[in-house]
Every structure is written in structure tokens, then in C-alpha cells.
Design a binder for this molecule. Structure first.
Ligand SMILES: [Zn+2]
Length: 183
């Protein structure tokens, strides 16, 4: 049975780290990937990056359509993803499992071209647009130590300043774990 992994929240050093390339053949991934996917659904996310569960690897999982009427679970794992091309602009309200209760409008590219390795080790080229592109850009940022509030307007940042500072203040020795009742 996959486990629910503890979530790192803002103030944790690993959320500010550029993560390491992963080896799709790493035996650690056999148990880790099901845990990462399980944790995303249990926390009602449409995406989850490895540093959000304290793992220093360039891996995230997404399921942008989860939560929509009639949607079936369809998780996609992206290992060592690279965004090659961005065009256009869109603005959506974003939130993040690692920044509980914070929401803000974030400008993103409308369309992207990207590549990634699958858990089977195959390199795939793909394109995404609209909401799927938002989710990929949000998770990709995590792999580089960027959170969505870094990308909001100066005014929005000012409004969130106190909430963000209070969240960061709960960190101890560079670790900030949110414990939920079901863990
Ligand atoms: Zn996030």
C-alpha cells in the first residue's frame, strides 16, 4: 500500500533548492513514485513535486483534470522534465499544498513544449496549453526552488507578506513539516 508522505511547507530549505537529476532506474523510485502519486490525491492536489515531500530529485506528478466533474484518476509522472519553449500569456489563481491557505493570480505562458523521462526510462516530447500548461509550469518551478508567490505582482506580494512570514516562522533548523491528522 502506498503511504501518505509528510508535506514540507514554506520555510523548509528544500523548497528553495534546485533539485538533482534523477535516474529513472533508481530502485528507490519503485516505492517512492506510488507514494508521491498517492500523496497528491490524498492532499487534493493536481500536482506534487518531490521537494514538497522532502525528496531531492527532479520528479513531479500531475493530474490537471482531477477534481473536474466525472474525471478519473490519470496521474502522469515527469522525470527530469525540461521546458523548451513558451508562448503567449494566461493568468490563473494558483494555490499550493506547500503554501496552505494562500491563493494569488500568477502570469504563466499559455502554451509550452517540454520533454521528460517516463518511469520506464523513455524520453518523451510533449506540448501543453491552458490549465495543463499552468500545472506543469508551477511544478517545474518547484524543481528549481521557485514557489508561485515569487511570480505574483508586487502589490499581491505585499498583501501576502505577513501570511508568508508567519508560515516561514514555523520552520525549525531548515525543516517545516505540516502534520495532518491522518498521518
Ligand atoms: Zn506547488
Amino acid at each position: 500500500m502506498p503511504k501518505i508522505l509528510p508535506i514540507r511547507i514554506l520555510g523548509d530549505d528544500i523548497l528553495r533548492k534546485k533539485l538533482k537529476e534523477a535516474d529513472p532506474k533508481d530502485p528507490f523510485l519503485k516505492s517512492y513514485l506510488p507514494d508521491l502519486i498517492h500523496t497528491m490525491y490524498e492532499r487534493d492536489g493536481v500536482g506534487l513535486a518531490s521537494n514538497q515531500v522532502g525528496v531531492d530529485l527532479r520528479i513531479f506528478v500531475i493530474d490537471p483534470w482531477w477534481g473536474r466533474e466525472g474525471a478519473k484518476r490519470d496521474p502522469k509522472v515527469l522525470i527530469n522534465p525540461v521546458i523548451h519553449h513558451m508562448e503567449g500569456e494566461q493568468i490563473h489563481e494558483e494555490g499550493c499544498i506547500s503554501l496552505p491557505d494562500i491563493y494569488a493570480n500568477v502570469p504563466r505562458a499559455l502554451k509550452i513544449k517540454y520533454s521528460y523521462s517516463t518511469p520506464a526510462g523513455e524520453r518523451v516530447e510533449a506540448e501543453a496549453e491552458e490549465f495543463e500548461a499552468v500545472v506543469i509550469q508551477h511544478e517545474y518551478d518547484h524543481l528549481n526552488g521557485i514557489v508561485f508567490t515569487d511570480r505574483v505582482s508586487t502589490l499581491a506580494k505585499l498583501k501576502l507578506k505577513l501570511k508568508l512570514r508567519n508560515m516561514e516562522a514555523t520552520a525549525r533548523d531548515g525543516v517545516n513539516i505540516r502534520v495532518y491528522e491522518d498521518e
